[in-house]
Design a protein around this ligand. Structure first.
Ligand code: ADP
Ligand code: MG
Length: 344
């Protein structure tokens, strides 16, 4: 199957579910759904973390897992240009989960809620015969809604932050001792989370354990950009979503993909290509957006104002150009290759 199974299932459901009404400005297919209401646009999204698919219970500190659950939910709302406001929290738990574990998980969720200004106003709690499920549905508001489908030829392709760190962090965690991992939790800074103040490679591990994002950045950028997506599946797949839904092609310059010094050193140590990790690695929760070249100064001002790094990594091309990546003067096909949750 060339296409990931997850995408095939969503497509199948989209075809067989009854079509939405006119009030639904955007249904299945973007980072979040959008309802038009008399008071403005409401944005809805839901995200689930499943034990042994998204996290290992013995390796992922529950406080950091709680933060991650909230960040993942908030990320899809901000990728639409929305601001998160309310949440519904659903937990499915096997009987043997310790109270202490759940309390720490709850404290992490509470930290995320305070950090993002999100109010959890309900949910559901039930047993699970196997893995832990943590599901957060997030509801927010948006003025200018930014979809995946409205980029045009000539737009520049931007990404925030650095890419691939979360994936390298996961690789480090898989080979690390329990002791090393538990020390990572103590490095999390509650006051001003800046993972890159921690020693390496714990910085990379924190990017996997507890990504923390700026919830307002999407809405601030919304007036200046044509299309936006959060990088949860990996750069090549998430750019693929924009190209597919905007009926466009793209050219990425491999050397311009922003790589942290920590990832560079990690890749040297593991013998991997850091750009390859960045292209395929998911869960960075950075933003990828496309905007007209004339908007560059305006965008830089917004990003500088929030202390966020922004990098132009390529440009949007006509659909029949396809999706390509330039390595020096050589141009190759950009292959899909994100994280496949069904592949394990
Ligand atoms: P993201 O990676 O941004 O969270 P997904 O790849 O999970 O997005 O989902 C893509 C789109 O498909 C979203 O619009 C989402 O709401 C929709 N979707 C995913 N799973 C289902 C499902 N089981 N039923 C209906 N819609 C779904
Ligand atoms: Mg998304």
């Amino acid at each position: 199957m060339g296409i990931k199974r997850e995408f095939a299932i969503i497509k199948m459901l989209q075809e067989i579910l009854p079509p939405p009404s006119d009030r639904v400005a955007l249904g299945i297919g973007d980072d979040a759904a959008v309802l038009e209401t008399p008071s403005g646009n409401e944005v809805f999204s839901t995200d689930v973390l499943v034990e042994d698919v998204h996290f290992k219970k013995s390796a992922h500190p529950p406080f950091l897992l709680g933060i991650k659950a909230v960040s993942a939910g908030v990320s899809d709302i901000r990728a639409m240009g929305g601001i998160p406001s309310y949440g519904l929290l659903t937990l499915a738990l096997p009987g043997q989960v310790e109270d202490n574990y759940l309390e720490k998980l709850g404290q992490g969720i509470a930290w995320g809620c305070r950090h993002y200004g999100l109010q959890v106003i309900g949910g559901d709690t039930t047993g699970s015969p196997g893995p832990i499920f943590i599901n957060l549905m997030v509801w927010g508001y948006g003025q200018d809604i930014i979809t995946r489908s409205e980029t045009v030829v000539g737009d520049l392709i931007w990404v925030t932050g650095t890419l691939g760190d979360a994936r390298a962090g996961l690789d480090w965690i898989q080979g690390a001792e329990t002791q090393e991992i538990s020390s990572v939790e103590r490095l999390f800074r509650e006051e001003k989370p800046d993972h890159f103040l921690a020693p390496e490679p714990a910085r990379l591990a924190l990017k996997h354990f507890s990504p923390v994002i700026d919830p307002e950045l999407g809405s601030l950028l919304a007036g200046a950009v044509n299309a936006m997506v959060d990088i949860s599946d990996g750069l090549s797949d998430d750019l693929g979503h924009i190209c597919q839904q905007s009926r466009a092609g793209a050219l990425i310059y491999r050397d311009r993909i922003p790589i942290s010094p920590e990832l560079k050193r990690w890749a040297k140590h593991s013998g991997e290509d850091p750009q390859e990790i960045a292209l395929k690695g998911g869960e960075d929760y950075e933003l990828l957006f496309c905007a007209a070249p004339a908007k560059e100064q305006e965008i830089r001002k917004i990003l500088d104002g929030r202390g966020v790094r922004g990098t132009i990594i390529g440009e949007i091309k006509p659909r029949d150009y396809g999706r390509k990546i330039a390595r020096g003067t050589e141009i190759e096909e950009l292959k899909p290759g994100g994280w496949d949750h069904f592949a394990r």
